[in-house]
Design a protein around this ligand. Structure first.
Ligand code: SAM
Length: 260
């Protein structure tokens, strides 16, 4: 299959359908204390993609949501995102969707209220260290209210797990940059003086033998530097299968707040 013709949203949605990822996330969202985000009215979501994950979180935990702002670069996700916003959020929520890199976004306009919550779910991977640090600072200095929270969902890899992340194993095997892991993100935030408040762990796995063309397309699409085609990924995947490795993904969802 020619992976170049697959849209990001199609490839990404497929990887989330395989295995028990959505179920695991839903259960994890249930662990968050209902009162923790009860007063949230304005949410900014960085990299919501087609939206189903971020919106499932908001549907469960932000009963008083009034404004949802999304910052997303990928064209193919925007249609799905609009559909999912209608599906998951009440009709009276005011929606703004910007097709823009979050590192270039100016933030809520001066006449707009600042946000109570910023979500970065599986989005840190797409920024370099400097961009991530700038985004954390912008979140707390410009985008969020004084008591606002940043919620990050991020995979683990080398630290804090018993098994490395299978996608990063493929990237290492083929000389690509592994995606940044949760441990590093927390270290960066701590160094800036922010507090990691609540932490919820997740783990799920894919049977690597079942991974299909769309999943290969997803792995190819987000590689850094890019692959010329999908041959190397297929070979690395086969090696993992031959070694009987499981496709583990460990990670955590955590909230970040200012020091009081
Ligand atoms: C792995 S998906 C995660 C989607 C969703 N948050 C979730 O957890 O299901 C990452 C998303 O970040 C978007 N993205 C990549 N670079 C970005 C940037 N510079 N600014 C905003 N979004 C970006 C991608 O297009 C993609 O939709």
């Amino acid at each position: 299959m020619e992976t170049g013709i697959t849209s990001y949203t199609e490839a990404f949605s497929e990887i989330r359908k395989l295995g028990n990822v959505s179920e695991v996330y839903e259960k994890m969202f249930d662990e968050v204390d209902k009162s923790y985000l009860e007063n949230v009215q304005h949410v900014i979501s960085i990299g919501p993609g087609p939206g189903f994950n971020d919106l499932a979180f908001l549907k469960k935990l932000t009963p008083n949501l009034k404004h949802f702002t999304a910052i997303e670069t990928d064209e193919s996700c925007l249609g799905e995102l609009s559909k999912n916003v209608e599906k998951f959020l009440p009709r009276d929520v005011n929606i703004k969707i910007y097709q823009k890199g979050a590192q270039y976004w100016a933030g809520p306009s001066p006449e707009e209220a600042k946000a109570d919550l910023v979500l970065m779910f599986h989005a840190t991977y797409y920024f370099n260290k400097k961009e991530r640090i700038d985004i954390y600072k912008k979140c707390f200095n410009n985008w969020l209210k004084a008591d606002g929270k940043l919620f990050i969902m991020n995979n683990k890899d080398i630290h804090g797990t018993t098994t490395t992340n299978f996608m990063n194993d493929i990237y290492r095997e083929t000389g690509r940059k592994p995606q940044v892991e949760s441990f590093i993100i927390k270290q960066e935030l701590n160094k800036l003086g922010y507090i990691i408040d609540k932490v919820y762990d997740y783990e799920h796995y894919h049977d690597l033998k079942l991974l299909n063309d769309l999943v290969v397309a997803f792995i190819v699409k987000v590689a850094d530097p890019p692959y010329e085609n999908d041959k190397m990924v297929r070979k690395a995947l086969k090696k993992l299968v031959d070694e009987n490795k499981q496709g583990y993904t460990y990670g955590d969802l955590f909230s970040v707040i200012r020091k009081t």
